[in-house]
Structures are given as structure tokens and as C-alpha cells.
Design a protein around this ligand. Sequence first.
Ligand SMILES: [Zn+2]
Ligand SMILES: [Zn+2]
Length: 171
Amino acid sequence: MQLEISGLKENKGQSLDFRFEEDFPSLNFGGRTIAFDTPVIVDGSATNVESGILVKCRVRAGIVVDCDRCLRPVTIGVETTAVEEFVEAKSVPAEGEDEDRDCRVFKGSVIDIKCIVYESILLNLPMKILCSSDCRGICSSCGTDLNLEKCSCSRQDVDPRMEKLKDWFKE
Ligand SMILES: [Zn+2]
Ligand SMILES: [Zn+2]
């Protein structure tokens, strides 16, 4: 997802439209494995604002993650936007300094916007990912997927809806 900006750099106020479609490898984030089941589509524009290159884009991705309760794969569509300013590196980094520290600092005439695309996807993932709102999860004793079958472990299952009803009758 590299933008060639040599023409843009010369002319303040100038804009450039772009569109990328790229397969992303799966990654680990916050203990989850995130796989991409469709290419990530990014479209937007880059503008030479005086202080740097302002990139605005829309990001669309189809990702596959495990349900938090039963671990079955769930496909979710993520649609988000990213707005970031990239600034040109002013000097050669000092000895030992990590020059890749911030991906928003670029050198030469190419900007790689992949890092802001990743960020916008990860920041917009739901906190809780469930295959369905009433997923029963996995039995903590025997590991049976309780959506598929019942197990014989003794458990006191309390349906939260029944709990509410009980409270209601008390009043
Ligand atoms: Zn589930
Ligand atoms: Zn069980």
C-alpha cells in the first residue's frame, strides 16, 4: 500500500486519489488470532498540507476471529476510516535510533499507509466477539461445545432472562 508522492511533494494543496486492494496475512492481537477472509480495500486521498501529507481513507475488511465463548470462527465485516498526517524525516536518525519507530515519518517520495490501515482495523474491533448473542460456549469441565450438544457435567445454569423474571416477581 505504497503511495508515490514525488509529484505531490512539490505542490502544496495538491491532492492524489488512491485505491488499494490487498491480501493481509493473519496476525495476533490481544490474544486473538485475526485472519482476513477477503482482500482489504482502502480508498481515499492524500493531500499536501503545508506541514506534511494528510492521508484520509476508508478501510473495508472481512475478518475471521474466534468466538469468545465457544471458539468457533466468526466472520465480521469491519468498515472504518483513518485520517493521519505523514511528515518527512528531517534528518538522518542518530546512531542507534530506531528509524522505523513511527510509520508516519517518511523518507524520499514513498509513503506506506499499511500501518495506519492495520491500526484502524484493530482499533475498531468489537470488545466482545460472539458467534451469536446467545452462544452457550464450551463446558468448562469437559470441553463440549454446548451449542452442539449437552454434556452430563453437573452445572447450575442460570438463564439471565429467568433471573430478571425472578427479581420481578419479588417486587
Ligand atoms: Zn460462540
Ligand atoms: Zn461438560
